[in-house]
Write a protein that binds this ligand. Sequence first.
Ligand SMILES: [Zn+2]
Length: 222
Amino acid sequence: MLGLLLTAAHLLAATQGAPPQIITHGARTRKWVVLSFDACETRKPAGYDAKIIDILTRTNTPATLFLGGHWMETHPSQTRALAANPLFELGDHSYLHPHMTKITTAQIDDDLRKTQAVHRQLTGREATLFRPPYGEYNATVLKEAARFGMQSVTWEVVTGDPDKHVQARDITRAVLRQTKPGSIVIMHVNGRGWHTAEALPAVIAGLKKKGYTFARLSETLK
Ligand SMILES: [Zn+2]
């Protein structure tokens, strides 16, 4: 009986595939790096750091942006413009930035569904990448994100840019020191990456000098 149960469970697992895993970096096979920017918004309004997008556009630097559902609702024109720019890949970053490991599965579903709906409404497509708020996840979060068609992604290189005391030179130094082939760098585009725009030209130039090219995350996962 136990054997039968195990076999049934095994078959079920096999048909469903392996449980989804978190992504912390892209393929190490090339000297490429993923610059990622979060646009988080809780109930408290957040902003849009247009300077960052200007620098990325001017330097022709691809990037991956994780947009909050509520953020997209309060920034519809910016969301549409980002979606129309082939340099950028857009993932979801939850609707209201909850601690996903502390809410129920039904609440996770509700949050992800709402975010995908806003994403679809504004850009005509749904996200395939999901960055859990605060980088907090567990097996349920990964599974629910997968149910909504998304692979969950955290990061490898922390810039610390949400801290006002982290200066532009600290951000640049952190990125240049920690980046390895395939690294995902996390920064913020919601106006709370205090010195991010100031650091970005040196970050891009420094990585280029080290021989890195820039890629959108999904390109590095193939
Ligand atoms: Zn966030």
